[in-house]
Design a protein around this ligand. Structure first.
Ligand code: DX5
Ligand code: ZN
Length: 216
């Protein structure tokens, strides 16, 4: 499968979100990645449902929502109503992950499970067949523009082995510090979806940057 690109709006201009989403609509981006933070699970706060519902009215790409919040299972209905395609919950925040994944799917969304840099891939052994995606963090979640944690490439290789061995259909997404160099290595290691924030939105020509990432 040709890899997918999911630009992260967190690095966009928040005074001009409509224009940023229209740029994404008219680009080679496959999804729009949206980072919701609560100031509890991570040391930052971004935006919530009112913003998501507004974005839904202009966004023509599937919305890949990354929840960096405690108790994400409380918001399955709100996320589904906001038109979410993929709901990503952190492994570290879900005590009853299997139940949460089932509820996400029952609500009509795809279910993604996210791992912090320190959380080993082997913990997914008994859930990987039930999820649509695993999102590996290649920075500590909370901010855009951080540098890539090298160990992430090795984690992609290990996750690819686990997925192939178990017959899981899960996609592998990687988020944090992605650029043309790290992106290429991640794809070679077995990643299916690349998230990119700063590298896209802080570049002189974001659409061309998305095209370059897609062409890797
Ligand atoms: C970080 C977020 C990322 C972030 C990526 O916690 O999950 O999606 O926007 O930004 P870059 O690509 O700049 O590292
Ligand atoms: Zn993210």
């Amino acid at each position: 499968m040709k890899h997918l690109i999911a630009p992260s709006l967190l690095s966009g201009n928040f005074l001009d979100l409509r224009r940023e989403v229209e740029m994404i609509n008219n680009s080679d981006a496959d999804w729009l990645h949206l980072d919701i933070m609560d100031g509890v699970f991570v040391p930052n706060i971004t935006f919530g449902f009112p913003v998501l519902n507004a974005l839904k009215t202009v966004c023509r790409k599937p919305m890949d929502v990354h929840l960096m919040i405690v108790e994400p299972q409380k918001f399955v209905r709100e996320l589904a109503e906001a038109g979410t395609y993929m709901m990503n919950v952190h492994y570290e925040t879900c005590v009853h992950l299997h139940r949460t994944v089932n509820e996400i799917r029952k609500a009509g969304m795809k279910a993604g499970v996210t791992l912090n840099p320190h959380t080993p891939v082997c913990l997914l052994e008994d859930i990987v067949r039930d999820v649509d995606m695993v999102l590996l963090m290649s920075v500590n979640p909370g901010f855009s523009g951080q540098s890539f944690i090298e160990h992430s490439v090795e984690k992609v290789v290990r996750l690819r082995e686990l997925i192939d061995r178990t017959g899981s259909k899960a996609l592998i997404e990687v988020d944090g510090g992605v650029n043309l160099q790290t992106g290429k290595r991640l794809i070679e290691a077995g990643a299916d979806v690349l998230v990119a924030g700063n590298f896209v939105f802080k570049s002189p020509d974001p659409r061309a940057t998305i095209q370059a990432l897609k062409a890797l």
